[in-house]
Design a protein around this ligand. Structure first.
Ligand SMILES: Cc1cc2nc3c(=O)[nH]c(=O)nc-3n(C[C@H](O)[C@H](O)[C@H](O)COP(=O)(O)O)c2cc1C
Length: 447
């Protein structure tokens, strides 16, 4: 038996969990289902596969699509992530629990409370995907006529982060003395009011939840525009991203890690996990056939609508057999728009071809093959600094997840590039991330 080579760098694996899958046709695949029992089984399979985290994406409105496409979309309903993840915490022990919460349509005190509570309930497995909301429809559900401008969204997000992390540090880890004899429950010297007064928020504090088990839940971020990369460099510990090629992945990796160093942080304390759509087959041909079968379940109306969402522009009037016309700047996803334009130009795609790709899995990175060929590609991205791991998007559920956990995971473990056992108790420990010191309250003086 060839000894397992020891690799210093190991893959980190998240699972990108939209209701049934990110693929528009997935709900029409056999056995597709979406209910709590189903989700419980999925996260227990992820834990059996030693995944780092279950990530629940979220939006605060239906996708910005015409009815002709919306009626075909399974993204129309889901569960509120911060209601679902505590329930999943109760049926798991190791899996990280990452939820999206928007900084544009939430208040920091609410977000701080919910993630601190999830971290206590899960024994230190919470993660917050900090997004600014690319979907302009969300504004209409929060008493606004207009979506906040892109730059303004990130400006607000930066202050939002400071307030939430400041609230998480309201109490020292050892503030609660619970001295039954004296009747003192907590030591006032170990509590601090935030007294934050900023451009967007005024928050007195303290938070009425004790300091999270991890100190702070793990901070995740998913924007790739210049503003998105900068806030990631200053605040994030995990970045979900959407590069489609190794070269693009390496360029993004070098840029963001460089910004982290410039921000005075250790680049190893920010992990870059591109989304990867993975279809496993006993042969490459079988995997490609399954992908083609899945893509065939996407109606053309869904394709054009998804392209319009990605571009932030209505594509329904474009010449389907012509090239992509000039696309105006968008106030929704800047990196998403640019990725689609670059793909069209680089591969000389017609609008119809582009809609076919984006309509399925939104034009994300794909690994289609056998356990061996998929492991080869993942190992190359890891070793050639295209990523620190992946946020896996399963084509259909539960089969796509089972095939990955039973086929690809053992191959990655055999190569020594993925864990066989969880390293620690908390998400931070398993990701190899430091626990933030309690920066407000000096350590208790020895009696
Ligand atoms: C893997 C991944 C997951 C994302 N998850 C969410 C999500 O759950 N909710 C959301 O509103 N946006 C989500 N986004 C979108 C980003 O938050 C962001 O709005 C988008 O990437 C555009 O950012 P930019 O304008 O800075 O380029 C996700 C993006 C990626 C790449």
């Amino acid at each position: 038996m060839t000894p397992t080579p020891t690799h210093t760098r190991r893959l980190r694996l998240g699972a990108f969990m939209r209701p049934v899958s990110i693929h528009t046709g997935a709900w029409r695949w056999p056995d597709a289902n979406f209910n709590f029992t189903h989700l419980k089984q999925l996260i227990q399979t992820l834990e059996r596969g030693r995944f780092d985290a279950f990530f629940m994406a979220d939006h605060l409105a239906l996708l910005n699509m015409p009815e002709a496409a919306l009626k075909r979309s399974h993204t129309t309903t889901s569960f509120d992530p911060l209601t679902l993840l505590p329930a999943l915490a109760a049926v798991t022990e190791h899996n990280g629990l990452i939820a999206t919460a928007s900084t544009t349509y939430n208040e920091p005190y609410h977000v701080a409370r919910k993630f601190a509570s999830l971290d206590h309930i899960s024994g230190g497995r919470a993660g917050w995907n900090l997004v600014t909301s690319a979907n302009p429809q969300e504004a209409l559900n929060f008493s606004r006529e207009e979506h906040l401008e892109h730059g303004e969204r990130y400006h607000r997000a930066r202050e939002f982060f400071d307030v939430v992390t400041g609230l998480w540090d309201s109490w020292a880890d050892d503030a609660f003395v619970r001295d039954v004899a004296s009747g003192i429950y907590f030591d006032p010297a170990r509590m601090r009011r935030l007294e934050h007064r900023g451009e967007h928020f005024q928050v007195r504090g303290p938070l009425n939840v004790a300091r999270p088990v991890q100190g702070w839940p793990v901070i995740v971020q998913a924007g790739a525009s210049d503003a998105g990369r900068q806030i990631a460099a200053e605040t994030a510990e995990v970045v979900f991203t959407g590069q489609r090629t190794l070269a693009d992945g390496q360029a993004f990796y070098a840029d963001v890690k460089g910004r982290v160093a410039k921000a005075g942080r250790n680049p190893d304390h920010l992990l870059i996990l591109p989304g990867a759509f993975v279809v496993v087959g006993r042969t490459v041909e079988e995997a490609q056939a399954k992908k083609a079968q899945l893509d065939a379940l996407v109606h053309p109306d869904s394709g054009i609508a998804s392209l319009s969402v990605a571009l932030g522009t209505d594509a329904s009037g474009f010449d389907l057999d012509g090239p992509l016309p000039e696309i105006p700047e968008s106030n929704s996803s800047k990196s998403g728009r640019q990725k689609v334009i670059d793909m069209a130009r680089r591969d000389g795609l017609t609008v119809r071809q582009l809609a076919g790709i984006v309509g399925g899995n939104f034009g994300t990175l794909e690994f289609i093959g056998t356990a061996q060929t998929i492991a080869d590609q993942m190992q190359q991205w890891l070793e050639e600094r295209g990523s620190d791991g992946f946020n896996i998007m399963f084509p259909y559920l539960p089969q796509g997840l089972d095939e990955f956990v039973d086929g690809v995971v053992p191959e990655l473990q055999r190569r020594g590039i993925f864990r066989t056992e969880y390293e620690g108790r908390t998400l931070r420990e398993n990701l190899g991330l430091p626990r933030p010191p309690d920066r407000f309250v000096p350590p208790r003086s020895p009696a």
